[in-house]
Ligand binder design. Structure first.
Ligand code: ATP
Length: 102
């Protein structure tokens, strides 16, 4: 997916670890295209992030992933979160997995 090449990437394993295996207790919200989890990316630095996992069963979710990456990297506004990294890979079951990290 060349259109998101500008963003640093994070692995599925790292996000899985950061969210306690996408534990329901770490879920902080859900939207039209997926669920949002609280995650700690770097345990030592207590680097708390929000991880939006796209529900790829939802029609248009893959497109939404790219659109959101592109929109948020180009916009700077105090009311908008900055996108830090993203993940476009497969999960432990070999299923496509896409997530945005804020
Ligand atoms: N960076 C964040 N920090 C804290 N909570 C967040 C963050 N991003 C999303 N959330 C929570 O997750 C919910 C879902 O967010 P998400 O961006 O998936 O969908 P939405 O913008 O509410 O709706 P849609 O998917 O239709 O655009 C939000 O309403 C909010 O409660």
């Amino acid at each position: 997916m060349s259109s998101i090449n500008f963003l640093p990437k994070v692995s599925y394993q790292t996000l899985h670890h950061a969210t306690g295996g996408f534990s329901p207790s770490n879920q902080i919200g859900s939207g039209g295209f997926g669920s949002v989890y609280k995650g700690i990316l770097n345990q030592e630095e207590n680097n708390v992030v929000a991880i939006k996992v796209l529900n790829l069963q939802q029609k248009g979710a893959s497109k939404r992933f790219v659109v959101e990456c592109n929109a948020l990297r180009n916009i700077r506004h105090r009311n908008l979160v900055k996108i830090l990294t993203c993940c476009s890979c497969t999960d432990y079951n070999g299923n496509d997995f896409k997530a945005l990290v804020f």
